[in-house]
Design a protein around this ligand. Structure first.
Ligand code: BGC
Length: 740
């Protein structure tokens, strides 16, 4: 669904006309005012900002969600400032507003763009009731580091998946008409490279080669821009020596010259002034100069633009034309949003908060995002008919706030339905549901309740352990170096295991955790991420087989932290490992001559495989893939072709499956990854059904940036796989040949 912005060249002309008329009337101070975003300041924001708005010194306010206050701020801007330019009201509406959807990483595990789009649509409508007209989402930073707390906000490690879902979010927030009630401007962030922070430590330096930057990190941004995203946010991070907020290569060359982006760029919070802290500039004036020269249109907080740009222009260090160009970008977006015609909000024009549709969407998203990592002996689904008792144990079983995850400024904890409540509602009438939290929080180190937990586990037919991380353990500035289950959870698992009953672990977390120390202690693992408001009912449906799990991992799960970065689309290296070439540290001889193994790329203590691979996710059905074909063995550059395979549901239940297509370009002018996701489809099969799934590919879909930094598809041999995870072995081959 392409976005109709602007709908016609005539409208585009009219917008340009309006921008030029306004610019012609504006003083330098008013122009700089449009480039200034301020924080509401929490309470009394009208009093705090009245004079500045009247004087045309504020273009946008963030973090005001009281609709009456927002309307008053808009009234002052529209009726009491000289030119009556309305305000952008920004807010981090990251995964829901009052109704909280699964964290973005969880939504990514649904591999369902339509559903992700709907989640954003619900969030936009709810946020719009407060007068918010601009969200700082989606976050489409590619990350391969689960230590990084902001992986929770990301759409995972893969370019194809993150691009598709980032586009879906943009479409959901912005709708197909930006002026319509309930559409808000989206912001693709953080441009660029933030997800590659060294050691996953938030805000840390990134060093990314230009080739890697173009082939990996920039691609989801290009997709978002093609989908019509109106704004971008710079990253806090240093990119190869030039922090993103002062990086003209990113903001001018790539964004404006190559991609022709015509929305606007906002800095991250105070990141203009932080250029001096990075050591790029000497003081705030110098930082304002660097950011404006690089092409940052609006400064979020900090005030360096407001205080220094007028003088920098008067001193001739910044050209008026540069200011005009940046202000035009901002005005264009305000016009496109229809703010000049309709700056005010009447909440009754919008659906009620947390209406049936919002809750159903949240529930469906939680349902489709949970990933069944392990299910020995068909432990799951549980049979409500055969059970007489179940032990519900653990710090996350009944934690209405914790299940919502990070970045939930406006999330309503009262709406949360916890797994304990949902299990009681579903089976409590005839199954004895016993509950012991056992730990106060996920970080707790007190084990005095473990005896009781083991006791109820031993006295029940099955133990369900609700484990994971509290909300506060992921998100901005909440990175971890140890990503095991925190606190004494592993010990709790061991104690419950000793009770001798089947053990199911449901894990709610903001990142992939290293589960190596518990994986063999439990019979099944359902990874629910932070599932949001309706996590409880969704998890109950999955545990009791009302629906089959269908989520697939959007990110690789390492065995140990030392493997990071570990991701599926890595390069082959000159010494690729295989089961035959690796040796474990315990089997290693004293001297090289005493050990027979290859000299390949692996760790002596971790091998080379992850604990769970990208794309992995089990089902209560049993899907068998076969019969892979390509429509032609030799495809001409510029042509479209088809890759197909069949899958059969050999199991006894109807279920969704996510069919994944991977490609490897065997030889390139720069080396290519061992596998790259190029397509995916969510399909549903009844027992016994066989379905053929076709993927249409164009040779452009195989393009990459080569040594010359140009995007091109290179002729040659390609391998292609279709299957249910990145580890699929069902493979075919095709050739791309020169068109001439
Ligand atoms: C974050 C952004 C966010 C902004 C406004 C910053 O600290 O990095 O992602 O949009 O704050 O809240």
């Amino acid at each position: 669904m392409p976005i109709a912005i602007p709908v016609s060249p005539a409208e585009e002309d009219a917008i340009q006309q309006q921008v030029e008329t306004l610019l012609g009337q504006m003083t330098l101070a008013e122009k700089v005012g449009q480039m200034n975003q301020v924080d509401s300041g929490g309470g009394h924001s009208v009093d705090r900002h009245r004079h500045s708005i009247q004087a045309g010194q504020i273009g946008s306010v963030l973090n005001e969600v009281d609709v009456e206050v927002v309307n008053e701020l808009q009234r002052i801007a529209v009726h009491e400032s000289r030119l009556g330019i309305p305000l952008l009201i920004g807010r981090d509406v990251i995964h829901g507003f009052k109704t909280v959807m699964p964290i973005p990483l969880g939504q990514a595990a649904s591999w369902n763009p339509e559903l992700v789009c709907e989640c954003a649509k619900v969030a936009a409508r709810e946020a719009a009731t407060s007068g918010v007209n601009w969200t700082f989402a989606p976050m489409i930073d590619i990350t391969r580091d689960p230590r990084w707390g902001r992986i929770a906000e990301s759409l995972g490690e893969d370019i194809c998946l993150a691009s598709a879902l980032g586009v879906a979010m943009v479409e959901g927030f912005q709708g197909d008409d930006l002026t319509s009630t309930g559409s808000i401007a989206a912001c693709a962030k953080h441009f660029a490279g933030y997800g590659a922070a060294e050691s996953g430590r938030d805000y840390a330096t990134t060093n990314i080669s230009e080739n890697e930057l173009r082939n990996v990190h920039l691609r989801p941004f290009k997709a978002a821009i093609d989908a019509g995203v109106q704004t971008l946010m710079t990253s806090f991070s240093d990119l190869d020596g030039v922090p993103a907020t002062g990086n003209a290569f990113l903001l001018r060359q790539v964004l404006r010259e190559e991609w022709r982006f015509d929305g606007f760029v906002v800095s991250d919070w105070d990141s203009v002034r932080q250029l001096a802290i990075h050591g790029l500039t000497t003081d705030d004036a110098d930082s304002a100069l660097a950011a404006v020269t690089a092409g940052v249109d609006m400064e979020m907080a900090g005030g360096a633009y407001l205080h220094h740009l007028p003088r920098l222009v008067e001193q001739g260090l910044v050209d008026q034309a540069v200011i005009d160009e940046l202000v035009a970008d901002i005005l264009r977006v305000k016009i496109r949003l229809g703010l000049f015609e309709n700056p005010f909000t009447n909440p009754s024009d919008l659906p009620e908060i947390a209406d049936d549709h919002a809750l159903a969407t949240a529930r469906q998203a939680a349902l489709q995002s949970a990933v069944l990592l392990k299910n020995d002996h068909h432990t799951l689904p549980l049979s409500a008919r055969q059970l007489t008792s179940v032990a519900v144990i653990g710090p996350m079983a009944d934690a209405p706030y914790e299940q919502l995850g990070t970045w939930i400024f406006d999330g309503d904890t009262q709406l949360s339905v916890t797994p304990l409540q949902a299990i009681r509602d579903m089976v409590g009438g005839h199954v004895d549901v016993r509950h012991v939290p056992a730990m106060e929080t996920s970080r707790s180190r007190r084990s005095d309740a473990f005896d009781e937990a083991a006791e109820i586990a031993g006295a029940s037919d099955v133990a369900i352990l609700f484990l994971g991380e509290e909300s506060i353990l992921s998100g901005e500035a909440h990175s971890r170096a140890d990503i095991n289950l925190p606190g004494d959870q592993a010990e709790l698992v061991r104690r419950v295991r000793e009770a001798g009953k089947p053990v199911v672990a449901v894990i709610m977390a903001g990142r992939p955790l290293t589960l190596t120390n518990i994986v063999d202690q439990v019979d099944a693992i359902l990874y629910a991420w932070h599932p949001g408001t309706m996590g409880g009912p969704a998890i109950a449906d999955l545990l009791f087989g009302v629906e089959s799990p269908s989520g697939k991992l959007p990110v690789t799960f390492p065995r140990m932290v030392g493997q990071i970065p570990i991701y599926y689309n890595q390069k082959n290296t000159g010494k690729p490992p295989s089961p035959e070439t690796i040796v474990h540290i315990d089997d290693l001889g004293v001297r090289a001559a005493q050990t027979s193994h290859g000299l390949t790329a692996f760790h002596l203590d971790a091998g080379y495989k992850p604990l769970f691979a990208f794309g992995h996710g089990l089902s209560y059905a049993d899907f068998v893939y076969h019969s892979i074909t390509t429509s032609s063995a030799a495809i001409r550059l510029g042509d479209t072709f088809q890759v197909s395979a069949e899958l059969t549901n050999m199991g006894a239940v109807e279920a969704d499956e996510i069919v994944q297509l991977y490609v490897r370009d065997l030889v390139g002018s720069v080396t290519r990854p061992v596998k790259e996701l190029k397509g995916f489809k969510r399909v549903r099969l009844v027992p016994g059904e066989t379905l053929r799934v076709d993927f249409d590919l164009h040779t452009d879909d195989l393009a990459f940036y080569g040594r010359d930094m140009q995007l091109a598809t290179e002729p040659g041999v390609f391998h292609v796989w279709i299957g249910g995870s990145s580890e699929t072995e069902l493979r075919s081959e095709f050739h791309i040949v020169d068109g001439n």
